[in-house]
Write a protein that binds this ligand. Sequence first.
Ligand SMILES: [Zn+2]
Length: 235
Amino acid sequence: MVERIEILKRLQSIKNKISELEEFKKCRKNDIQKKKELIDNKRILSEKRHEEKISIQKEIDSKELELKTDEEKVNKYNVQLNAIKTNKEYSALCSEIGCKKADMSLLEDEILSTMSKLEVVDKEGKELTEELKCDEESLKELIINVDADVKRTDSEIGKLQKDQEQYINLLDEESLRYYKRLSNIKGGKAVVAIIGNVCGGCYMNITTQTLNLLISGKELVFCPSCSRILYLDEK
Ligand SMILES: [Zn+2]
């Protein structure tokens, strides 16, 4: 009988280990997914910066064209000034030239500030491109490492499954049936320890009667609350 509960304990311990390893594999694969998502988001941002750059450059080009047109106008007005006969016409044209020059100065300021904006966006874009290059390199490395981890873990799981089978072969039919059924309905936790008079599966107190049954070690003892197979933790 002691042997039977020992086998069940080993089986549970192997099952726990396999679950941990499966979880580890999932986490590692998730690491790749997270890295890929990070790269995708950065790529979207980088494309956005690129589009911003094009649009700002267009803005600068159009302002520069406007400035050039104004310059040509001022030059034309200056030529016209020489041909003017009356003072009234002269001062009217001078004021027109003044207005244009004020517009041009404003435009020049706007062009300068737009150029600084372009510089910032350009710098951000270049930094992102650099980061993306590094991220893609580290993703490649990550995939290699995760593949190795998964391979190693699979082989560990394979070994554990062989051990599991050996213990299953040692177990009587009835105990195995209990174990399998409980394992299926209790989230893989069929065999649990009693620690401080509390069931390690459902954390309910157990009765002295149950405790006595466990100490006598004559039969399999089930938790009255969650039905899991119980054992006494020697620690
Ligand atoms: Zn319980």
